[in-house]
Write a protein of this length. Structure first.
Length: 415
């Protein structure tokens, strides 16, 4: 068997796709809308060891490395042309297995999308969902169905073919996967296939001889030859509706400000918003300085001096008068003043103090302040924070989350 594979870049240790150009993605989407099936692809997905690589090898005739157990043999996405049916047919994409102990399912899905982007494959003719017999819609089936749905929400399911490896009764053995698909779209027309390979190594030599000699026995145990498998898959693909467009959108998360398509964003965001004061506490006098008099008592004074008239004769007393008001010496003062400073009553004060706590400002006797406030907003220390921060990592809300908390990006806008 001939054929070659185009390899993608090795999966990064961290989920970062900064080199993904969404402008280039949109151009490739526009080109794909007017192209033929040669611009589309068939994607094989599923858990490790469910027959993705062997399905591609048998259908395309390419020399795809296949494994016989649960250990992964596909460590990165690969592109295979259809050598058997002509290169004008959709290319096949072999993906890294889900539920693999060496990789994260989300990273695997993101790597697949990135591979499609790098190869300008935004039209999906079919999703081949390879499974093992499982009649229950367990969390594994549900999780994989959610990933498949992300290729094109709800629109992808009529183009999905479930192939069950080691299946004697496909209708029964694919019940779990089919229920998971219908959970995504109740009206989905998802096709179901299942079979056992004639060269299955689990058969004993005697069993293989019996199966090769009797077509009825093969049909009874649902054992198919490579040619029969190829024809079965080919007919199922031909009956599918037109390819589905994989749409990439430029989006932004307002919680961590990460940008890109939501499906390709990091799995981490900020955990929970809380209010904090970024500034430190300081002491201030909120009231500011004011003038005041040390004493509230008042007295009457004469501003002038006692003088004697020029015509006073001899030593006759009682003739002295105040120069300010011309009153006699024994009369009360003609001017009301404050006792503390002898200033006129119109004067607002002779000393300074803080209006908030009434402590004097003279010679620093007012101290460092009578009230604690934050330097960031002048708010009191009992008041709620003035800015939003993440409760877990302590970073400001709306800044990079790094590996703060694993969760979906919920607060998204299109950009």
């Amino acid at each position: 068997m001939g054929g070659s594979a185009e390899r993608g870049q090795r999966r990064p240790s961290k989920t970062k796709f900064g080199n993904l150009s969404f402008k280039r993605l949109k151009k490739s989407e526009s080109a794909s809308l007017t192209g033929s099936d040669s611009a589309s692809c068939i994607i094989c997905v599923g858990s490790t060891g469910t027959g993705k690589s062997s399905t591609i090898a048998r259908y395309t005739g390419c020399s795809v490395r296949c494994g016989g157990g649960a250990d992964p043999v596909t460590e990165l996405c690969q592109l295979w042309t259809d050598q058997k049916h002509g290169e004008e047919n959709p290319v096949w994409v072999d993906t890294v297995g889900w539920e693999d102990r060496h990789s994260d399912n989300t990273d695997t899905f993101q790597e697949t999308l990135r591979f499609l982007s790098n190869n300008s494959l935004t039209r999906v003719s079919a999703i081949i969902w390879c499974t093992s017999p499982n009649i229950r819609q367990d969390c594994t089936m549900q999780r994989q169905a959610q990933f498949i749905d992300q290729f094109a929400h709800r629109d992808i399911w009529d183009n999905v073919i479930i192939i069950c490896k080691q299946s004697v009764n496909p209708t029964h053995d694919t019940a779990g996967a089919l229920r998971a698909a219908q959970g995504m779209l109740a009206t989905a027309k998802t096709k179901v296939l299942g079979y056992r390979y004639l060269d299955d190594p689990s058969f004993t030599p005697d069993q293989q001889t019996a199966l090769q000699d009797s077509q009825d026995t093969r049909r009874l145990f649902n054992v198919l030859t490579d040619q029969e498998i190829t024809e079965l898959i080919k007919k199922s693909i031909q009956d599918l509706p037109p390819p589905v467009q994989v749409v990439f959108q430029d989006q932004k998360c307002l919680d961590c400000y990460e940008e890109g398509d939501k499906r390709l964003m990091s799995q981490y965001c900020h955990m929970q918003k809380c209010k904090k004061h970024p500034g430190k506490l300081k002491r201030i006098h909120p009231g500011g300085p004011e003038l005041f008099h040390l004493s509230e008592d008042q007295t009457a004074l004469h501003k002038g001096q006692l003088t004697s008239p020029w015509y006073q004769v001899g030593c006759v007393p009682g003739r002295e008068r105040w120069s300010c008001c011309k009153k006699t010496a024994a009369s009360l003062g003609c001017r009301q003043v404050w006792v503390c400073c002898r200033k006129d009553l119109k004067d607002v004060g002779c000393r300074k103090r803080y209006s908030c706590c009434r402590k004097q400002t003279d010679f620093g006797s007012g101290g460092g302040g009578c009230q604690l406030v934050y330097t960031c907003c002048e708010g009191e220390h009992e008041e709620e924070g003035c800015q939003d921060f993440c409760l877990k990592c302590g970073r400001k809300w709306g800044t990079q989350a790094d590996k703060c908390f694993k969760k979906d990006h919920e607060n998204m806008i299109e950009i």
